[in-house]
Design a protein around this ligand. Structure first.
Ligand code: SIN
Ligand code: FE2
Length: 222
């Protein structure tokens, strides 16, 4: 058996590390399906290329993003929103690969959230120096569903704060295959990622890929 896939007791169940009420890190949870996930990540990126979005304030984000699933998260001068159409290509986002949907549901269930069916997957690509400032995921209509966040490639320091921006944030390192789930009373906690350190990952090279699964809910089209 590959010992490092599992926790110190050598259980077949990956270690779950509580962060807060309704929030935990599932160490190495995505590793057993890494090949399938990476092939699917590459296929989505080939169809809907990564791009650096502009914030409503006019800044270029250091993290490059794309989406798959029925709804994609986008940002521009007009604000943040979910859109059925990729504004860059004028076409719907690529379908959510079956491996993604399965992993998201399994991780949510392991964290106590049964029946999670994401309709949006944001793909974040960090190169050394890229970061994500403390923020809440609050553009979704459905706050009843958790967030499931999968880390692949280079390690990063994840900040997990409280419900107010000024609350002190915990820090935990997220490595290849780790999955963070937060929902229920933790659904609107602030979180972010410190600038990615230089490094070389065996499968992904000089980058970290994060998949964030959400239930965005219905969007109202005018
Ligand atoms: C996010 O908050 O959208 C991404 C978090 C991460 O990259 O770990
Ligand atoms: Fe987020």
């Amino acid at each position: 058996m590959t010992f490092d896939l599992f926790d110190a007791r050598g259980d077949a169940e990956p270690a779950a590390e509580p962060l807060a009420d309704g929030a935990m890190v599932l160490r190495g949870f995505a590793r057993p399906m890494q090949e399938e996930l990476l092939a699917d990540v590459r296929a989505v990126i080939a169809a809907a290329p990564l791009r650096h979005l502009i914030t409503p304030g006019g800044l270029r984000m250091s993290v490059a993003m794309t989406n798959c699933g029925a709804l994609g998260w986008v940002s521009d001068r007009r604000g943040y929103r979910y859109d059925r159409v990729d504004p860059e290509r004028g076409a719907p986002w690529p379908a959510m690969p079956a491996s993604f949907t399965r992993l998201a549901a399994q991780a949510a269930s392991r964290a106590g959230f049964e029946g999670f069916v994401p309709d949006a997957c944001l793909i974040n690509r960090y190169e050394p120096g890229a970061k994500l400032s403390l923020h809440q995921d609050r553009d979704e209509h459905d706050h009843g569903a958790p967030i499931v966040s999968v880390s692949l490639g280079l390690p990063a320091v994840f900040l997990f704060g409280g419900l107010n921006r000024a609350d002190k944030a915990m820090r935990t390192q997220l490595r290849h295959g780790d999955v963070v789930v937060w929902g229920g009373p933790s659904r609107l906690r602030f979180h972010g990622v410190l600038p990615l350190a230089e490094g070389e990952h065996a499968l992904l090279g000089k980058q970290r890929i994060n998949l964030t699964f959400r239930r965005a809910g219905l969007i109202h089209t005018p």
